[in-house]
Structure formats: structure tokens, C-alpha cells
Design a protein around this ligand. Structure first.
Ligand SMILES: [Zn+2]
Length: 272
């Protein structure tokens, strides 16, 4: 059995026994003004508060791509936890900028990496949804000549992956970029598919084909919270405006009648 919690934005915490895998952890959540005009730094108090409540030991952190809302907190977390980090070449650049070269298991897509026990992750090559006027925001790779602290726009997308995590006999997929590449995803199956909502209508087949190709039985929408503000204490979600959450749920339900669509609140524990 695994327990999964959505930790806001594209963040997932997957626990088996005392072993924890984190995907795209993002607790700093700097505001829009800070992201546009400033050089946001990790909110270490928020991260530490989160770590204090963890039920086990973080063994691995995985990153789906290197936009700010997916990786900003990873350098601090890696130093705190001394855990393994798996992601793209751009993530390696980010860690090197923070004085930690060589700690990332660098992937380009297609790798299956064994973690401890019966856990494994497959990095499935994907792409990022063209979210803004038909374009991928902050394209390209993180520049190794960046100055710290980085501007939000310095966090370039790098390679994007769909992450397939096999743990305790359960397979979970994390589609945190609201897109996929059909030829890469074919042949990969999962029990639970986490689907990023923003930009969902801009990738043909994202709602209709992806869940069928991967044969998921449960779909969990996520990444729809407004991550430019802290999560609310009462667990209710502030939505990113104009992302069409209702339309997404309607479309995904219509196209996948056999799937259970599970809507969850941040930090609500789900067991599989
Ligand atoms: Zn992104």
C-alpha cells in the first residue's frame, strides 16, 4: 500500500512504510510581484514546517521539468535531506549553481531507475503544454551563468518528463506539464494518473487519449491551485483563474467513463 498526498502545485508526496518519494516539491510559493520583478528565494521556514510533519525519510526527489514551481525548493531540500535527486540536465545546472554539482541523476527520457526496495521510476520523455499564446513559457535550458538568487524567468523548462513511479505494486503517473508524446508513452501503463489542469485544452488528446493509452483506473486532477500565494490553512483551494477546471472535469469524465475521477484537497491522504 502507498499513501499519496498532493502538496500543492505539481507536488506529490508518496509514502510506503517509512520511505518517502517527493515529486516537484514547492512550498515557497512566492507571489506574482516577487516573481515578475524580484529574485525569489526559498521560504525555508515554510519548507522546514513541512519537513517536520513528515511520517518518514525522504529517499528521493524527482523533477518533471525545471520551471520555478517545480524545482525552486529542491536545492534547499537536497541540502537538508541528503537525498537522491533525479531530473533533467537543467536540474543538474540548477544544483551546480547552488554548489552541488554531480548530485543529480541526469535523465534525457526513457531511463528506468531502481530506487530502494521494490520501487522504480521511469522518466518518460514528454513536452510542456504551450501555455501562453501558443508558446511554452520560459523555453530552453537553465543558463549555468545565472546569478543567485535567480529570477523566476531564469528557471527555464529544460526537458519535460511524465514520471512513472512503481511502488509497493502500485503504479502512479505524474503528468505535471499537461502534455505527452504518444510514441513515448505507448506501452506504459498505470493505476493512478495525476493530470495537471492548466492548459489542458491546448494538448490534443490530453483528456481523451492519454488516460486510455496508459489504462489508468483513477484520474486525479492537480496543479490547479494558485501557487502564487500560500495554501490556505482550511484546505480550500484558491484556483488559478481561467484554466477551465469545470470544463476539464466534464471532458475527462465524458471521455473516460470507466475511470474514477478523484478530486482532492491539498495534503489530503489517499491510500492505494
Ligand atoms: Zn511548467
Amino acid at each position: 500500500m502507498i499513501t499519496v498526498r498532493w502538496t500543492g502545485a505539481a507536488g506529490l508526496e508518496i509514502t510506503q512504510g517509512e520511505t518517502i518519494v517527493l515529486i516537484d516539491p514547492y512550498h515557497s510559493r512566492p507571489g506574482k510581484i516577487e516573481c515578475i520583478f524580484g529574485r525569489p528565494e526559498p521560504r525555508t521556514d515554510a519548507i522546514d514546517r513541512y519537513l517536520e510533519g513528515l511520517p518518514g525519510k525522504v529517499e528521493t526527489i524527482l523533477a518533471g521539468h525545471t520551471h520555478i514551481d517545480h524545482v525552486m525548493d529542491i536545492p534547499f531540500l537536497e541540502r537538508r535531506l541528503g537525498c537522491r535527486v533525479i531530473g533533467s540536465r537543467s536540474l543538474e545546472t540548477l544544483m551546480a549553481l547552488h554548489g552541488r554539482p554531480g548530485v543529480v541523476t541526469v535523465c534525457a527520457g526513457g531511463e528506468r531507475i531502481e530506487l530502494t526496495g521494490d520501487t522504480a521510476v521511469t522518466m518518460i520523455r514528454s513536452r510542456h503544454v504551450p501555455l501562453l499564446f501558443g508558446k511554452v513559457p520560459c523555453p530552453g535550458e537553465i543558463n549555468p551563468a545565472c546569478h543567485l538568487p535567480m529570477r523566476a524567468s531564469d528557471y527555464r523548462v529544460g526537458d519535460a518528463f511524465i514520471l512513472k513511479l512503481e511502488m509497493a505494486g502500485v503504479t502512479l503517473m505524474h503528468a505535471g506539464s499537461a502534455s505527452y508524446i504518444e510514441s513515448e508513452i505507448k506501452g506504459h501503463h498505470c493505476d493512478i494518473l495525476f493530470m495537471a489542469v492548466p492548459g489542458w485544452g491546448k494538448t490534443p488528446g490530453y483528456c481523451a487519449r492519454l488516460p486510455r493509452i496508459v489504462r489508468s483506473r483513477v484520474i486525479v486532477p492537480f496543479h490547479y491551485d494558485d501557487f502564487s500565494a500560500p495554501l490556505r490553512e482550511d484546505g480550500r483551494v484558491r484556483f488559478i483563474p481561467f484554466q477551465g477546471m469545470k470544463g476539464f472535469i466534464k471532458t475527462i469524465s465524458r471521455e473516460n467513463p470507466a475511470c474514477e475521477i478523484r478530486t482532492i484537497r491539498p495534503f489530503e491522504a489517499m491510500s492505494f
